[in-house]
Design a protein around this ligand. Structure first.
Ligand SMILES: Nc1ncnc2c1ncn2[C@@H]1O[C@H](COP(=O)(O)OP(=O)(O)O)[C@@H](O)[C@H]1O
Ligand SMILES: [Mg+2]
Length: 234
């Protein structure tokens, strides 16, 4: 595969077989803190691709529109080419990470309602939090697109919270990306332990990228457990 279109932090993007598709290939590279911390984690690409593919297929079967077309090989997928909306949507069920830090709420405190946060997708600006009026004011997305994204995120949260519970995993929070495909808004990018916080329901052990961020060790063991448990229930 040549003609790389985009060399991302954790994936590479290549042209697809036609103009409306792309090939995304997962890499073993792990990054955190806006790329400051970076390491190769052997096997991460394969595991994240497998987890994300299971989840996207599951969501699609439940009526969520996604970019996923099919698996090409262990690390590569064929997707619908989208015009990525340059905001990330973070969904939080339990306080953790930047939310805990910013608002002084201990990690692990169950939130009284689901929290939705937008952040600008900009590595150079450090992905700052942005509100709906700011997003529409600078022309990143229209209000009705954001409403659709919020509706989809809420549905995805209900579906995934239940799915992970069946796998004895607590879905603490996760990040979503969306794109425009024709006249549709579709779920893009990935859903994996790189983009979610996932805690063991029984022990509270972290099974996600916080193992890498916080040097907790056994990063791939955590990711591997998530995949094994999902395979058992999907
Ligand atoms: N269906 C899609 N169409 C176009 N771009 C996509 C699609 N899905 C994901 N992308 C983009 O491809 C890139 C994937 O590589 P990644 O390593 O995540 O990059 P980044 O360093 O920007 O996070 C991201 O920039 C993501 O927004
Ligand atoms: Mg990314």
């Amino acid at each position: 595969m040549n003609d790389i279109l985009y060399n991302g932090k954790s994936k590479n993007v290549f042209p697809g077989p036609d103009k409306d598709s792309l090939i995304i290939r997962y890499k073993d590279t792990a990054t955190a803190f806006n790329g400051e911390k970076k390491e190769e984690l052997k096997g991460k690409g394969k595991i994240n691709a497998a987890i994300s593919n299971l989840i996207f297929t599951f969501l699609q079967e439940k009526g969520i529109k996604t970019h996923f077309i099919k698996e090409i090989d262990e690390t590569s997928i064929l997707v619908r080419k989208a015009d990525i909306i340059l905001v990330e949507l973070i969904v939080r069920n339990t306080a953790a990470g930047s939310f805990s830090k910013k608002y002084g709420i201990s990690e692990g405190i169950e939130l009284k309602n689901t929290v939705l946060e937008f952040s600008l997708k900009s590595d150079s600006l450090g992905d700052p939090m942005i509100n709906i009026s700011q997003i529409t004011a600078i022309g990143i997305a229209e209000r009705k697109e954001l409403s659709l994204m919020i509706d989809m995120a809420e549905k995805i949260n209900i579906l995934l919270t239940d799915l992970f519970l069946k796998a004895e995993i607590r879905l603490i929070d996760f990040k979503l990306e969306f794109g425009r495909c024709g006249n549709e808004i579709v779920l893009c990018d990935e859903i994996s332990p790189d983009s979610c916080r996932l805690w063991d329901l029984q022990t509270g052990d972290k099974m996600d990228k916080d193992r890498f961020r916080r040097d907790l060790g056994n990063v791939m063991e955590g990711y591997g457990k998530v995949l094994d448990r999902l395979k058992r229930i999907i």
